[in-house]
Write a protein that binds this ligand. Structure first.
Ligand code: NDP
Ligand SMILES: N[C@@H](CCC(=O)N[C@@H](CSC=O)C(=O)NCC(=O)O)C(=O)O
Length: 461
């Protein structure tokens, strides 16, 4: 059996602020330990906000679920009936709590195992957290419930299916929500890290070869999530969705390389390509924003201005390279004007690391006329749109976005692991808490309180 250590990111309640929710609305939020199912709130199903609602309104089942059959036989992960009943019971919280919007971005977990039981599939046992969400037009994978959430993790390959050649049982791996097949139009283009090979399947919560899920509860299918489903001791992933890493690397640390940290670093190095001497503004000093700061510092940026609504963030952010701090609440004028005034006409690069479309506009408009580039990293609530005056673009500002920081996952995640092992990038500093899966509600409480960057959840004792 292969065990994977997976970092699962916990729900970041910070994002509540981004969608205008009050902290009070978060009270009473509970989360299911692994699988999630639809609740009864109408109108929210199938979109990002709905997903977040559901993620935030289920109570942890109390015990972690485990495969009822040997993954080695089938990789068919099932959940015992009592857990299923727990979900049904606590599903009613959806209507009681309303719709607190939260993100699953600050929990990380480790210890996963992979098994492959179908051609080109790998089963992984792990404990991931962190949720990401996407839409494929009207088919939003995050709208498919019940599913096993989680996408930031690390683990060990349990077994591999027919045709899998690049990993073997025992290999240490990091699941990659952004696959890399090296064969599709996207991978061959050299212009993007997006991969098209399994995206339609991962977007639909199923495996590619038969368009079916590998998870079930009492015979009822449970959808996959982001092609990873890492909030579980075991998962099944496509072969193009795991990066083989140095077995010496601590899984309870490098699980963070499944999403947020590479995203921030890569936004600077790959997407913006920040040059030495640049002025940089970072909106939102969570893990992603701090990783942007770390990347900007290593790229030689001279001024790295952190922008956050919580002034306490500055103390932490200094350790990641932030040289100045601005709290928008301290000013009457728009934050973009504050930054333009502070930087003789605007910054060279800005990064939105929140998921707030108003802040995205501010991040674009604080850029210097003629060349300033703004990179959108944050994931906005479903259906939201960005806007600015076209003149802002006509006069030379550039608006970009980035997914997983532009890193090609299978090729470059191992490189990032090596950089961590050589102490060239930080990981430990982003981990503010370590808990077990059974303590997941505590992890949510930590998020509510603030001060939690990433909470690593241990899935296996
Ligand atoms: N594109 C991609 O590939 C990826 C995107 N993401 C996205 O990146 C974003 C950041 O992730 P993460 O760092 O984990 O999130 P966090 O929630 O930890 O960080 C966001 C920070 O922004 C602060 N904030 C909230 N509102 C404002 C505001 N109006 N102005 C300034 N600061 C504000 C929050 O403060 P407070 O805590 O007080 O609310 C918090 O400190 C998320 O939207 C996430 O979904 C993540 C990974 C990959
Ligand atoms: N469905 C959402 C958009 C979700 C999104 O942008 N996801 C990011 C990862 S966020 C990580 O925590 C991403 O990389 N997307 C690329 C992909 O292929 O899905 C919406 O519609 O707003």
């Amino acid at each position: 059996m292969v065990h994977m250590h997976a970092l699962a990111q916990m729900v970041h309640m910070h994002a509540l602020g981004a969608v205008g929710m009050q902290r009070g609305a978060r009270e009473g939020i509970y989360v299911a330990a692994c699988a999630w199912m639809m609740g009864m709130a109408p109108g929210l199903h199938g979109d990002l906000q709905g997903r977040r609602d559901y993620m935030a309104t289920y109570k942890v089942a109390g015990t972690t679920w485990r495969p009822t059959r040997s993954p080695r036989l089938h990789g068919d992960l099932s959940i015992p009936a009592p857990h299923w009943l727990v979900w049904l019971v606590y599903g009613s919280y959806v209507t009681l709590v309303g719709h607190p919007v939260c993100r699953m971005d600050c929990m990380a977990s480790y210890k996963i195992a992979c098994i492959a039981w179908r051609p080109m599939a790998i089963t992984v046992e792990f404990t991931p957290f962190q949720q990401l969400i996407w839409d494929v037009h009207h088919i939003d994978p995050e709208g498919l419930f019940p599913c096993i959430l989680g996408h930031e993790a690390a683990g060990i390959v349990e077994s591999v299916g027919e045709g899998v050649t690049e990993v073997q049982p025992g290999d240490h791996v990091i699941p990659c929500y952004q696959a890399e097949c090296r064969e599709c139009k996207f991978c061959k283009s050299g212009k993007t890290n997006l991969c098209g090979k399994v995206r339609t399947a991962t977007g639909a919560g199923v495996m590619m070869n038969d368009r079916k899920s590998r998870f079930s509860v009492n015979g009822k299918p449970i959808f996959h999530f982001m092609g990873t489903s890492t909030f579980s001791q075991y998962t099944v992933v496509h072969d193009v969705s795991v990066a083989k890493i140095d077995p010496q690397a601590p899984l309870d640390k490098v699980c963070l390389l499944g999403c947020g940290v590479p995203t921030g670093l890569g936004a600077v190095w790959n997407t913006a390509k920040v040059e030495p001497g640049s002025n940089v503004a970072i909106f939102g000093l969570g893990t992603v924003g701090l990783a942007v700061a770390e990347g900007a510092k290593s790229a030689g940026a001279s001024r790295i201005i952190g922008v956050d609504i919580d002034s306490k963030k500055y103390d932490i952010a200094k350790n990641f390279g932030v040289t100045e701090f601005v709290n928008p609440k301290d000013y009457d004028k728009p934050i973009q004007q504050v930054l333009v005034d502070l930087t003789d006409g605007g910054v060279d690069y800005s990064f939105e690391c929140i998921g707030n479309v108003s802040v995205m506009r501010a991040a674009l408009e604080c850029c210097h006329k003629g060349w300033g580039t703004s990179v959108i990293i944050g994931v906005a609530a479903s259906g939201q749109e960005i806007s600015t005056r076209p003149f802002k673009l006509v006069t030379g500002r550039v608006w970009k976005g980035t997914a997983f920081g532009g890193f090609k996952s299978r090729s470059q995640v191992p490189w990032l692991v090596d950089k961590y092992m050589k102490k060239e990038i930080k990981i430990d500093e982003y981990i503010t808490h370590n808990l077990t899966l059974g303590d997941i509600n505590k992890a949510f409480d930590l998020m509510h309180e603030g001060g939690c960057l990433r909470c690593v959840l241990k899935l296996h004792e």
